[in-house]
Design a protein around this ligand. Sequence first.
Ligand code: FCB
Length: 449
Amino acid sequence: MEKLSFPKDFLWGSATASYQVEGAGHEGGRSECIWDTFARKPGAVYAGENGDVACDQYHRFEEDIALMAELGFKSYRFSIAWPRIIPGGRGKVNPEGIAYYRRLCEELHKKGIHTCATLYHWDLPQVLEDAGGWPNRSIVDAFEEYVKVCYQELGDLVDMWITINEPYCVAFLGHLYGLHAPGYRDLEKAFAAVHHVNMAHGVAVREYRKTGLKAPIGITWNCITPRPATASKADKDAADLSRAFNTEIFLFPCLGKGYPDLSKATDCKIPVKDGDLEIIAQPIDFIGANFYSESPAAADESSPYKFTMKPFWNDTTYMGWPITPGGLERQLVWIAEVSKGAFGKAEIPIYITENGCAYDDIVTHDGRVHDRDRISYLQQHLAVCADVIKKGVPLKGYYVWSLLDNFEWSFGYTRRFGVIHVDFKSMKRTPKDSAYFLRDTITGFGEWF
Ligand code: FCB
């Protein structure tokens, strides 16, 4: 039996996002976002479900924070809903929206919990989508206006800022694969969205530095870092190409390395103007990494971008995603390597800002949720975290996704990622066994195998 041991100041947290947990969709002066619209599109979201009520955290945050405290979490990663802060997308600020996040942060601080706020976790005000959304360059100015309001109104209460959650999903799931709002399948739009998301991040950091606020600011990427399916040069190149297309396209410009060469995948160009790369490459204080799984990639001339994903042998979660703790190790080492020396810093601290899994959890006759599969998943991934720290990767914290079962985007409420079970009829919260496993790990009594 090996002990899962972590540095004393390791930041243990749980994560959620506004649209997935808040509910109160038509309250507090909130306007509609692109997910409200997308959820109404036939076939876009499982059974037409939406975030109108979600976990009702808007009304129940005190109960949720009390649970976090009981479980020993030191930090809460939540996101701020742009349509609550500036319902018109630009212009008038909504005091009720500000007041909600101030109450949330104050309650967290009262319980000694550190606040980690994501500025954008996908709930774009619909009015801005109507004006062209992420593919339209003017979104960068709108984002600048919005983040300045957040810094000014919430800056005294936020302990850590994340500009954007998973630019890949914003640009590609939303504009290339049509799986997320707003649901386009258009490479030109997707590449424009890539660039404007990167710009929005840069502008958000640039403006933050002007405020004099001292809390660290960074970005959260979901890096797709596949392994090659075979030892052939073609498959190795395909894995590299996939990583460039899906991941380096976001990381590299933000780390000051410019855009990767994608000419082997496509002729489509990213709409860069003079001076843009300087704006994007703002020094950040940390890198947030979301990790769920790794897949094998192979060369495929008939695929649109010349690479394809291959079958795997691993056990899967209820998402069908392979369980690959080795992939987490490879990815963390890769991130540490490519970020080393960026902005003249010896290393950039890394936080896992999401890691976790969905299972078909049920509350059993004893009123408990015995989610052994999730515990095993967490044990394996945390063992990797403990190990890479010893090998010198600057990993400083870990947020489990998610605190609560919640609205899992196009899967609606059918995928339960929480370490706390939510009965979506009664809204009753039941910590799962995995929550107690994390509690013990945080206290220093975590074990694996
Ligand atoms: C990530 C998202 C998060 C959640 C998990 C399962 O891509 O950031 O909101 O849906 O996946």
